[in-house]
Write a protein that binds this ligand. Structure first.
Ligand SMILES: [Zn+2]
Length: 502
């Protein structure tokens, strides 16, 4: 062996080892096929994001059935429609009857303004508005400003026997909506103790848009309550402020009646491990009928049906029982969910979680944990597999305004999805809450998020417990919950034990 051969061999040997090491390094560094920790949930969320019948279902509910106030023919149709949808998906479903305290529906509503200036503004009757005599009810139209105590002092005895026209700010967001609820409750009280004949609210939405909600007294209201197109109400206010005398004649015809039967629709996937423990995920079927109740809340009804459908299609067996509940009577202060907590009193201890989704099709920003801070960690755990669809944040305040209420007052862990309200708020209960306002892409994404939540709570270890009445009382005392309850006339029911945990 000569020296040059030796050098050659060493070089060759070195390059062999270098290549070998390089190959090993490359193999070690190359991405391994990812092994998911939640393959079953991944299949579920992927199928929620893929093509499903959700759009067709939504079109049927919005366009073929339309607005569906509790007690209406359309509402009964929607109950049967939902039952069929669950059954077609292979999900066992039933309708559960409960009593609604009183029926109300508008037949017609016409108003004319006469006096120094005459015109016919567009108006609708608010829910539970009293009717007028067939010939109409005429009374002076009086500017009550924003309806504050100072306004009532200014108007004094002129409020008696008058239609009071209430100026409103334009509705921009959810805070404005809840502020409006609170103001209306106060205005009704002041107006009718001053002997007003009726109340006329300026619409909070511009360009002639009308909507229907409110009457904080519900079926106990005794007076005509109207909402007038914003531009026409502003015209009347300008005239009144310029010193003109105006008379409003209202002809309101309503269909009203006493107790009647309504139904919640319950689609159930029985638990494979702990069937006695229950996770509720709910959205409400009913909607006032000027529009189609698309964002409030048809989109989430069809989403829940879609989640149940995909779980069934994929043969997923959750550990706990999943109940997909489509509530009725929500727009009359959550009566369907209240009646559910009463009818299922024996099972309440075994309700692990009740989730509500009721803010349309805007992006899910996170969840209201309703004074249950201990829920933030488990919700995060449930949503970990869909982190990419977030970020999610939490507001740990009790919220009164949808079907979580009676679960909260029963001490059951409850969540409400917090969503981007940019389509929900301006169309809230209005003629414009129609299919075309739905963000169909986001609705699919929200479906994947809610599927992850339902799956997570059906399968995870649970450390939290049902709260006692004393603990619920502490929640009332340490937050603004009492104030919210009073706006919806719910506080008395808590005190006398008719609503909430005894
Ligand atoms: Zn709603």
């Amino acid at each position: 062996m000569n020296s040059s051969e030796g050098v050659f061999s060493i070089t060759r040997l070195c390059s062999f080892y270098i290549r070998l090491i390089a190959i090993i390094v490359i193999l070690l560094m190359s991405p391994q096929p990812a092994v998911s920790e939640t393959p079953e949930l991944d299949r579920l969320t992927s199928s929620m994001l893929a093509e499903t019948p959700i759009t067709r279902d939504l079109q049927q509910l919005c366009d073929e059935i339309g607005g569906r106030p509790t007690g209406s023919k359309a509402n009964l149709e929607s109950v049967e429609w939902a039952l069929t949808k669950f059954k077609e998906a292979g999900v066992s479903a039933k309708k559960e009857a409960f009593a609604m305290p009183a029926y109300w529906g508008e037949r017609s509503c016409e108003t004319t303004i006469s006096g120094d200036v005459s015109f016919s503004p567009r108006t609708v009757a608010m829910p539970f508005s009293a009717p007028t005599p067939a010939a109409g009810l005429s009374a002076p139209l009086v500017d009550i400003g924003l309806g504050t105590e100072a306004d009532f002092t200014r108007v004094g005895s002129k409020a008696k026997g008058a239609f009071l026209l209430v100026e409103t700010g334009e509705l921009l967001d959810m805070a404005g909506l809840f502020q409006g609820f609170a103001q209306a409750a106060g205005i009704e009280k002041l107006a009718f103790s001053a002997g007003a004949a009726g109340l006329v609210y300026m619409s909070t939405r511009p360009r002639g848009l009308l909507y229907r909600y409110g009457a904080s007294l519900g079926e106990n209201n005794k007076h005509p309550l109207l909402i007038m197109a914003r531009e026409q109400a502003n015209r009347a206010l300008r005239l009144l402020r310029a010193g003109k005398n105006l008379t409003l004649t209202a002809k309101i015809d309503v269909a009203s009646g006493g107790q009647y039967q309504s139904f919640n629709v319950i689609g159930e996937i029985p638990g494979a491990g702990k069937p006695e423990e229950i996770v509720v995920i709910g959205a409400h079927l009913d909607a006032w009928d000027l529009g189609a109740g698309a964002n409030d809340n048809a989109c989430n009804v069809v989403m829940l049906i879609d989640i149940a459908r995909q779980i069934k299609r994929l043969g997923i067996q959750p550990k706990r029982t999943l109940r997909f509940i489509l509530w009725n009577g929500e727009e009359q202060v959550f009566i369907g969910s209240w009646e559910y907590t009463r009818a299922h009193a024996e099972e309440m201890d075994r309700h692990v979680m009740a989730c509500s989704i009721d803010l349309g099709s805007g992006r899910i920003l996170g969840f209201f944990t309703n004074g249950r801070q201990e829920l933030i960690e488990p919700v995060n755990r449930a949503l970990k597999p869909v982190t990419g669809l977030g970020p999610f944040n939490y507001i740990d305040q009790p919220i009164v305004g949808t079907d979580n209420y009676d679960f909260m007052m029963q001490g059951i862990a409850n969540l409400v999805a917090n969503q981007d309200p940019h389509e929900y708020a301006p169309n809230y209960h209005a003629e414009s809450d129609t299919f075309d306002k739905i963000d169909l892409r986001q609705l699919k994404i929200n479906g994947a998020i809610m599927a992850a939540l339902a799956y997570g709570f059906a399968n995870m270890e649970v450390a939290w417990k049902r709260q006692t009445r004393a603990e619920i009382q502490r929640l009332i005392d340490s937050t603004d919950l009492k104030k919210q309850m009073e706006i919806f006339h719910l506080y008395g029911g808590w005190l006398d034990g008719t609503r909430g945990r005894n």
